[in-house]
Write a protein that binds this ligand. Structure first.
Ligand SMILES: [Zn+2]
Length: 229
């Protein structure tokens, strides 16, 4: 087994059996660089590959950190959907990018079967899938998942909510950046301008700087494409 990985036993809240999954040792999680939508690149093993856990016994999949957060009704729904159909695939060993994507696809599928899944969980899954497709070089799939994430970030924002571990100004910046990456220049400009004028701008100089940089990048794109900018 890869020295940067270790195995953990997980009690499945859906089938009540135990399975094992791999995690990356934190000392091996050395950050190499970050993209402007917070995609992190690591030297060596990438922990994102292991953040979706899949029960080899029943097929239930979810983000590792929130694996047990499933109510009895949803657990029953997931259990009966896989019953008799699950092939017993074990995701517990070292994962290729395809294995990682398959694990996230299962997590996404399970999140769609459930009624208690929040936009926060859905966006976390979609962003990670977009990043994996970026690493893989599949731009079309990357954009598809960025668009899904953006749609749900808008739902959160409209409700006056934010994802876990993200403040409002960062969410606004990210919506600008996802619009920019998806080619929606006008929308990107609107969100970036909201970052700069936000009441928290003074406390978040890094986010404000990133918003200004990406905003000027959008302006250049608009100029280059000959639109009025
Ligand atoms: Zn299970």
């Amino acid at each position: 087994m890869n020295a940067s990985l270790y195995r953990v036993e997980v009690d499945c809240p859906v089938c009540r059996e135990t399975f094992s999954t791999s995690r990356v040792r934190s000392k091996f999680c050395v950050v190499e660089s970050r993209d402007t939508d917070f995609c992190v690149y690591y030297k060596g093993c990438n922990p994102i590959f292991y953040e979706a856990a899949v029960c080899s016994k029943c097929g239930y999949a979810a983000l590792y950190d929130r694996f047990t957060e499933i109510g009895p009704e949803d657990a029953g729904r997931v259990y009966s959907r896989f019953a008799g159909k699950w092939n017993g695939r074990d995701f517990g060993s070292e994962r290729s990018i395809e294995d990682a994507l398959d694990a996230y696809k299962l997590a996404l599928y399970c999140s769609q079967l459930r009624k208690d899944v929040t936009a926060d969980i859905f966006t976390s899954i979609c962003m990670r899938m977009a990043w994996l497709y970026r690493i893989k070089g599949d731009t079309e799939e990357e954009r598809r998942f960025l668009a899904h994430a953006l749609e749900q970030y808008m739902v959160l924002y409209d409700r006056g909510d934010t994802p876990e571990k993200m403040d409002e100004i960062t969410l606004i910046y990210l919506m600008g950046e996802l619009n920019r990456r998806l080619g929606n220049a006008d929308d990107a400009v609107i969100w970036f301008s909201r970052v700069v004028s936000h009441s928290m701008a003074g406390q978040k100089p890094l986010i404000v700087r990133m918003a200004r940089e990406q905003w000027s990048m959008v302006r250049n794109t608009i100029k280059e494409s000959g639109q009025d900018g």
